[in-house]
Design a protein around this ligand. Sequence first.
Ligand code: MN
Length: 197
Amino acid sequence: MISLNKYNQKRNFNTTAEPESVIKKSITELVFVVQKHAASHLHYDFRMEMDGVLKSWVIPKGPSMNPVDKRLAIMVEDHPYDYKDFEGIIPDGNYGAGTVMIWDNGTYTLADQEGADNVEKKLKSDFEKGHLSFILNGKKLKGEFALVELNTKDENTWLLIKKNDQFACNDDVLQEDKSVISNLTLENLESFENLKN
Ligand code: MN
């Protein structure tokens, strides 16, 4: 059952510019977004479209292009599709207060679509099984990745892992620290947004 109730409960749309919850889908390709978020702790949010919402994970250390790095990914509440376009400041006093920057975005496909007559059905069943393999076509993140759920008591604990392919490398992709929308760093975005207010 797809629902954005948890997302709504945490937010007051009179005091934050974050998008209100509307369930919608891409017309053609599935989308993903990675937001860099300077909340009480700096982290990255990885979100991928599934069934009209954005499935969301907090990646405390951010994604890596190195297959050796297994990055902790904590699954959080589904976000509305329009959240992929949110860049700006969540004001003090609101849930997740701080600056949000669109660090990367693009489209994705299932890594193994063969034999899947219905890609979305396969996607959902892989998600339920706690093992998703997908190919990102972003500006920074490219190639095959996996999200794997850990068998811990806390059922929200996953790992984000880069698979070995021609895009895998040792370079720290987080050094590319500008927004793919505004071309500003998080710090510059914050200053710029504060000037507008
Ligand atoms: Mn966040």
